[in-house]
Design a protein around this ligand. Sequence first.
Ligand SMILES: [Zn+2]
Length: 330
Amino acid sequence: MWQVVGHEKAVGLLQRSLKGEKLSHAYLFVGPRHVGKMTLAINLAQALNCTGEEKPCGGCPQCLRIAARKHADVHVVELDGRTEIGIDQIREMQHFASLKPFEGRHRVFIIDRAERLSHEASNCLLKTLEEPPQNVKLVLLAANERLLLPTVLSRCQRLELRPLPIAMVEEALIHRWRVVPERARILARLSSGCLGWAVSATEDEQLLHHRNERLASLIRLASGGMDERFAYAAQLANQFSQDRESVNGVLSLWLVWWHDLMLVKGGSGDFTANVDQEETLLSEAKRYSLTQIRGFMQSLRQAMAQLEQNANPRLVLEVLMFSIPKGKEG
Ligand SMILES: [Zn+2]
């Protein structure tokens, strides 16, 4: 049974390909962080090596070893604390790819956060994508495919994983992870449909704490002076050069916050994502007009799009700071 929650379309396509033995030699799973890309990739590796009846069975020695990340033929290439995936990691991968499977039928290489492949690493990877050894499958995972080389993109079959419905996340948290319903409701809403985030938050109290701290500083910033805002823009721009996705995460968090303000303002407060921030949402919503809220959401979206298109981050973020609307004194 496929362990991944939701993503029926992607699972369906993989199942059909497995049955007809028409699997692509390389896949690209695209979707936001924590949406389920790694779980699906692990499931695919299991399905390829499973010795059970219904593949992936989840219970045979192959499936179990893969789930425990102990299988000799399933490798995850990842950042490991570095800012880029280097050519040395891809060369090492190619060495293993040239060997016959050791304990299973297929060697599977999962490249996590593939948008962080260095330019040399991407070019080196092309060789494997062009002439994949027999019984080797590659699965690239990326949140932002536009950062991948077009030549890499064109050699992979692309599967998009979208955020799950909130109710599905909530149900999975309650029934699979045994989270108490009230907490499941909050985490599901905060997850924006990315179940992996919610599951991590059930195991790590700090995650929710950090999120709320970050949100509090963004709310403070909206009533702060220009000096403070520019200092923050500089800090974010700096962070962007190290880790673009984390900056994208900050801006997404902010966007969800302003979207919630819009909902509260429009009388749809029951549908807010930040369910644990009801009071602050109510008081903040009073400070802005609907036009101001919509305007700033537009600015946020624009900034995110410009960053994705490689505009100068410092400039984009400073312009964004200028467009924070002036609220009434709270
Ligand atoms: Zn199995």
